[in-house]
Design a protein around this ligand. Sequence first.
Ligand SMILES: Cc1cc2nc3c(=O)[nH]c(=O)nc-3n(C[C@H](O)[C@H](O)[C@H](O)COP(=O)(O)OP(=O)(O)OC[C@H]3O[C@@H](n4cnc5c(N)ncnc54)[C@H](O)[C@@H]3O)c2cc1C
Length: 399
Amino acid sequence: MKKSIAIIGGGAGALLLAAHLNSSLYSITIYEKNAAPGRKLLVAGDGGFNLTHSEEVGQFISRYSPSSFIEKSMLSFTNTDLRNWLKSIGIETYIGSSKRVFPLNGIKPIDVLNAILAVLKQNKVIIETQHTWQGWSSEGELILEHNSEQIHVKPDITVFALGGGSWKITGSEGSWLSYFEQKGIKTIPFMPSNCAVQINWNKEFLLKAEGKSIKNIAMKSDTAERKGECVITQFGMEGGAVYALSGAIRKQLRQAEKAIIYMDLKPAFTEEEIRNKLSNRGNKSVTKLLEDNLNLNELQVALLKSMITKEEFTSLELLASKIKNLPITIVGLAPIDEAISTIGGISLSEVDHTFQFKNLKHNYCIGEMLDWDAPTGGYLLQACFSMGYYLAQELNNQT
Ligand SMILES: Cc1cc2nc3c(=O)[nH]c(=O)nc-3n(C[C@H](O)[C@H](O)[C@H](O)COP(=O)(O)OP(=O)(O)OC[C@H]3O[C@@H](n4cnc5c(N)ncnc54)[C@H](O)[C@@H]3O)c2cc1C
């Protein structure tokens, strides 16, 4: 007789799991609180659906913290496997100039979601929408709220794939932490990751810069460095280069009221090369010198002026050093709901290498609801997809 599997939550991890479970061994039901599954996938697809990254798998795995938790899943379903699988279901992808992977032009996020849902349909997966999991009954049954009524179910196996704690509008709101705590499972409060940072900009600079991008820079902390670009906002700064430093910034802000990161306005040059270029000054003003000899634009020069003293701006020696390491003081992180991802949730120490709860047998947990971190660039979705695939193989091999 088939065993029953309930998957709670219908996001990225859940969909890949359901697509790869063997439906001749299992009857599979997804319980999703929204009216449709995959809402966060659709949001992730707004403005570029970065499905994964194309870098070599060893390097890929090193992007996660901790990286150990993802290794087996990633090796069982790599970035190349994901691309091949998507191709097999009609979703061609391409590698962009940033080495990130996107659906081919013209393929919309909804097309990707629909292609995956078609696989689920073929795999006889039942999707119960508007079913919100509300914890366990005293008999250990799952409590699901549907149309203001409570339904109790007791599947043979339960997989939780409830997502992280940001972008509540997508359904992933993390209100379930207390249900696990009541079961004695260690949880960690959610915190924003891959999010904007708060900066008290000089008003004059903000007037010139708000909404504009500073391109071809690198952002650095004591533990991380990322090339890319950032956008100046009223709140502070956002963009890939800043998001990549979320972990380091969060760590500093836990210990002090401010965090300091460094912007490298000329990552292609060493400090000495910059000094040499600046030494050829002639009778140019410093601003003209920066524009002509270093190709800095008006915005970059305005940023320098607003962040350093007059003495530093006019001493070419000090200026070269600030161009490579411009200190940016951060006073906070964006509210959790605006973050692209969150850390926190279920402690990784609570699950074994198959993502089964050590103290709650036949119950598993995958995706962003576990406490791990990764930068943007396709690493978030790939982790969830890989965990879903890996768990499917583990469960298929169990029977
Ligand atoms: C704006 C934005 C852009 C992003 N862009 C990218 C990107 O380009 N590339 C990338 O790799 N990642 C991106 N991400 C991150 C990525 O979308 C997530 O990391 C990923 O979707 C997490 O997958 P998951 O399976 O863990 O959970 P989710 O996809 O969040 O799904 C969880 C599901 O569980 C449901 N649920 C929650 N609670 C309950 C409950 N009590 N009962 C029943 N159902 C419940 C939710 O409604 C949701 O459908 C982005 C995120 C955001 C917010």
